[in-house]
Design a protein around this ligand. Structure first.
Ligand SMILES: [Zn+2]
Length: 176
């Protein structure tokens, strides 16, 4: 199913431990020049979920956080700690790994867990991103990341790394 939004035109597709969906989305989106899909995946590492943006391949196993970070660095991809203070989150352990950003606004997390993630990112001096955690169409677009970049995958990845991002709630859609 296709979904559209009036101003959210860039989407990272990060299925759990699979890149099939993002490959399909890139294919579908190729018909729409105003839509940019960032390839990615959410890896279930042994210590919690980690997002990798900028790849349509899976990192080699075993999926430890360090191995995923090493893989991402080698291919210039971006690592983001997903919903650190929720189930399947890495929690404080995330500080032991050279990740690029922390997800500070997750559409499926409580207000408290998101606030804790925001403080955590601030303490680590890491950029904070938003992710809907949408598992169905009705959950899309609840939150979004504003990115100061050109309209290309490389530019978006670079902007996340340098912190040219801010996390926002799409007003009226999610009570945060
Ligand atoms: Zn997750």
């Amino acid at each position: 199913m296709l979904a559209a939004h009036s101003f959210i035109k860039v989407a990272a597709i990060t299925d759990h431990d699979s890149t099939r969906g993002c490959k399909a989305a890139i294919e579908l989106a190729s018909a729409y020049p105003d839509v940019l899909i960032i390839p990615g995946v959410e890896i279930s590492t042994v210590q919690g979920d980690m997002l990798v943006l900028g790849t349509d391949e899976l990192p080699p196993k075993p999926w430890t956080p360090q191995a995923v970070v090493d893989y991402a660095k080698a291919i210039d991809a971006v690592t983001i700690v997903a919903h650190p203070f929720r189930m399947y989150g890495m929690g404080e352990q995330a500080k032991n790994f050279k990740v690029d950003a922390i997800e500070v606004l997750n559409g499926g997390s409580s207000k408290e867990a998101n606030a804790q993630a925001k403080e955590f990112a601030k303490a680590l001096k890491l950029p904070g991103t938003a992710g809907t955690d949408a598992h169905q169409v009705s959950e899309l677009f609840s939150v979004y990341t504003q990115i100061d970049s050109a309209f290309s995958v490389d530019s978006v990845l670079a902007a996340i790394k340098k912190g040219a991002v801010s996390a926002h709630t799409a007003r009226g859609t999610v009570p945060l």
